[in-house]
Design a protein around this ligand. Sequence first.
Ligand code: FE2
Length: 272
Amino acid sequence: MPAMNAESSWDFRDNQELTASHAYNKEGYIIEKADFQYLELIKHDIERAFYEFPSITRKDVQKLENAHYSISHDQSNNLRLHIMKKLYRNTSFHRNYYNTAKNIIHSLCGNELAMQKRPGLSINLPQNRNDVLPIHADTWNGVSPFELNIWIPLVNCTNSMCLYILKRDNYKRRLNDSKELLRLTSDELFNELRDDLTWIPIEYGEILAFDQSLPHGYSLNEERDTHWSINCRFKGLHTPYWDKKLGEYFMPITVKNCTRLGMNYSHPDNWI
Ligand SMILES: [Fe+2]
């Protein structure tokens, strides 16, 4: 008996996978529960690196969302780079990241995977214009459409602390209305699309899987707390690579045995 919503009689995905896929396709994103034990390990690593930044003490800043009490606007990018450098000294952070979101990655993307070598950290201090991420779709700049972006909040995000996205239906409609849209500067584009954008509320403990071929970004954080999140791309190992290459930007993380054997196979000489 085929699963409900299967796309053909050869579509053997189960109901859970199809339900997640349809929600992701309709909205452009899906929110799932994180595997909490791994999420806590990720957050712990980030906090530890944060407290090693000069001028920060655990006593003064007990929560990540209060970072703005000790970090000036022009320090936020240095802090971000400092933490990323500490996190990627070995692969334990990557392993925990993968395990935090393994179920939804397997549902939407597969289980033989490549993972971004240096996940991106976002720290958006309240009222800091330097932390705004202009509206863009990653595929406009040479990123493969086969990628899945797993975006993990480290604090509760509401209103302008959230990532915003232009949902798929709105994107199609706006592109249909005017092909000139993509000629605009990013500020003009943001203002033009503003009323159709969705700021995605999300809490610590949840993960967002989103389609980065849809326009998205961060507006100015106008809340009282500092935004912290981390994002990482996954893709099926054997899917096409565009500008971001395997072995440089992406690392293979779950190479299956038959692939390993196949890569090392040598045909016996003179037999056939
Ligand atoms: Fe992006």
